[in-house]
Design a protein around this ligand. Structure first.
Ligand SMILES: [Zn+2]
Length: 330
């Protein structure tokens, strides 16, 4: 069996970063918990937001304060300073990661589509987010194969963000393997957005009591179990969350931010007839339940084909798009 390594971040001399063996037996992770600290190395500052045991060794998971990328730090080598989340929010308020959280918070009260809705509008292109809510249907692989076909001449991985639920992850192992192969071949770069473990939904309940707002919802299970499941599948969680149904209230929103996550809305849900403009965070569903959105996205690719071929229209890395939007001085 081929054993390929993917780097989980850029090499740092002080902090040793793990490599993840994509084809290894799944890892068993214990004691996965919220934990806040600052890690430093090679001019890179990392907000550590989780701590866990991987084969009895303690690791930290953190987010680059300036690049919003995910880093795994091995506790044996990492230099960290335990810092309460509230202090991180205050002390690093000029870093793009923290600015993005604070900007998202300004839109915390809407019941639907709260959080960040677009990246840098000067970009020629969009950030594509694909929701993988629980589904009995297979992954719409045509979305990915169309992207790969469209951009293959540039020979760089095209970034897409997948909002993944624990239920989809557990019930679609073949689709997840297929996505991993496309990542390993260098065709795609996937940013995994937390879409909660269970993605609870009850068609009989009103919106303000539904999804994450349903009585008895255990946020630790919804957030941390999803991240743990990703790591156990050798995939890296990102700093982003998309609320199931795009539904939240101010209370849940603030609780989610206290996990160190950035809520991501959308300003172009294609299946709802919304059109995509430059810099938009575009939403489609890739779980077989939204053929209209997939069709609209393929049409969007076709419409922008000439510009894409001339390198004038791209898919943008969600981390990069949010970073650019919030590294400005305002
Ligand atoms: Zn969903």
């Amino acid at each position: 069996m081929v054993s390929m390594k993917i780097k989980t971040g850029i090499a740092l001399s002080i902090i040793s970063l793990l490599t993840i063996d994509v084809f290894s037996q799944s890892t068993v992770i214990d004691d996965y918990q919220k934990f806040f600290a600052i890690g430093k190395g090679n001019n890179k500052e990392i907000a550590i937001i989780r701590k866990y045991k991987d084969k009895e060794k303690i690791n930290y998971l953190g987010i680059g304060l300036n690049d919003l990328k995910t880093y795994i730090l091995n506790a044996e080598n990492a230099k960290i300073t335990t810092t309460p989340w509230k202090t991180i929010l205050e002390q690093y308020d000029s870093a793009p990661y923290i600015k993005a959280i604070k900007a998202a918070k300004q839109k915390s009260t809407s019941l639907q589509n709260a959080g960040i809705q677009h990246g840098d509008s000067k970009e020629k292109g969009i950030s594509l987010t694909i929701d993988l809510c629980p589904s009995h249907k297979p992954l719409d692989r045509i979305i990915f194969s169309s992207i790969i076909e469209e951009f293959k001449k540039f020979k760089t991985p095209e970034p897409v963000a997948l909002s993944i639920t624990g239920k989809f992850l557990k019930t679609h192992p073949e689709d997840i393997s297929w996505l991993k192969n496309e990542t390993d071949s260098g065709a795609l770069e996937i940013i995994w957005i937390n879409h909660t473990y269970n993605h609870k939904y009850d068609p009989k309940l009103p919106l303000d009591k539904n999804f994450l707002l349903e009585a008895g919802t255990d946020l630790d299970e919804e957030i941390l179990l999803l991240e743990k499941s990703l790591l156990e599948t050798n995939l890296l969680p990102s700093a982003f969350i998309r609320f199931p149904g795009l539904v939240s209230d101010a209370k849940v929103f603030n609780e989610i931010i206290d996990y160190g996550l950035i809520p991501i809305g959308s300003d172009a849900w294609l299946a709802k007839g919304e059109t995509a403009k430059n810099g938009d965070i575009v939403l489609i569903h890739g779980n077989g339940n939204e053929p209209l959105g997939v069709h609209d996205f393929i049409n969007l690719l076709k419409k922008d084909k000439d510009a894409a071929l001339k390198n004038e229209w791209h898919l943008y890395d969600l981390r990069e798009a949010v970073k650019k939007e919030f590294e400005k001085n305002n």
